[in-house]
Design a protein around this ligand. Sequence first.
Ligand code: SAH
Length: 249
Amino acid sequence: MEQELIQTIVDFFKDNERQGPGCEEATLRALGLVGDSNYFEHILDIGCGTGAQTMILAQKTNAQVFAVDLLADFLEVLKERATWWGVQDRITTHKAAMEDLPFQKEFFDVIWSEGAIYHIGFEKGLRQWRELLKRRGYLVVSEISWMSKERPRDLTDYWTTSYPEIDLVSNKMKLIEDCGYFPIGCFALPDVGWDNYYHPVIKQIALSIGQVLTGSIKKSFLETIIEELVIYQRYREFYNYVFYVMQKK
Ligand code: SAH
């Protein structure tokens, strides 16, 4: 990715609580679906961003949490947050690509990834990350999914262009089984998870709008974000982030 675009993304998202839709309630609900979290030794948080979910994982388990992201600036904010939460000893940060993770096989009790697996693709992520899990280890991911079979045409076109793997929950569940996991459960993100994401985004749009004429990359980035926001306002009942909790077979 071009340096200027990376910087634009960092500037836009760094100070936001999270870089994708999500909420504490959903993270805790998913954590409640994985076995006895007191016994976990190692948790991998892929595409951790500035660590909204990482803090909860460190606080609610006894595990060492390995937080991975491609962007060093996000990891710096995450480290500051960990200190503030008093969990800095339980979290290590790793600047790495989710397609090429620097960890040994069968090391993790749990792999977690909120609002990030679309970067590698749902199926590829499930297949590749599986080998890093211990036997009967858990994978928890949130993934954009259709809430309805019947949908407006322009919405379907928008999402299949942005992310061709968007699909119905039933098809995702089938894929989970095909990739060598037992599906434990799934649930859709409550509205507050989208508000947590979009409220700071709307604030950032307002703050950025005066600067956009100075750079075409900034301008097209902002247009992409606004287009996504408009789609959400019009069609939110047709799609959602869904948490999928599964266990390695
Ligand atoms: N889990 C966080 C962030 C979600 S946004 C939250 O819910 O708030 C997706 C994150 O994935 C961003 O922080 C982005 O920098 C990171 N990312 C994007 N592509 C990546 C890749 N190839 N490898 C690792 N991280 C990546």
